[in-house]
Design a protein around this ligand. Sequence first.
Ligand code: SF4
Length: 177
Amino acid sequence: MATEWVLLLLLAGCTAIVLRRAFVAAQRELTGFETETTLVSVDGAKSYPTREYVSELQGLAGRPDAIIVENGFFIPVERKPLAKKLRDRYVAQLLVYMRLIEEFEGKKPPYGYVILGSKARKLRIENSTERQEWLSEILKNMNESIRTGTATPDPQTDKCKKCDVNQSCNAFQQQIQ
Ligand code: SF4
């Protein structure tokens, strides 16, 4: 088991075993990637408990779709099954996970993975200083918008139902009351 590349476990709703097999097949077919990988966490899979990080220190929270271990590092993996191309927000999300993993697992991940589309195209995102500075700027602007009230939530029921934080989102909770 530990020798299988299991990123396709991120395909939500499938069992860990089915997903692992799917991944191995897709891995060979699509990427040829054969690196030994250990799975630590898969969101929604009983066999690999979800890791959710909440940092009061950083004011950040996140729950990666999966976490794997490569070369002794905890590596976050984010699956975007409907995406056709890499978007800045996917990169930002991964960079947040890497900050959280560094705080809670004690080691800075050197990179993370985004898995795009139905064919599971795997993109490696480096955790570079430049990218983290870019994220800091985004977070600064977001916090400033919240502080000044220049950005307010615009809940849309269909989207909000799928949102991971809808239980703690006041805007959504008020809308459905
Ligand atoms: S539930 Fe709240 S945070 Fe989530 S998408 Fe809707 S408005 Fe945004």
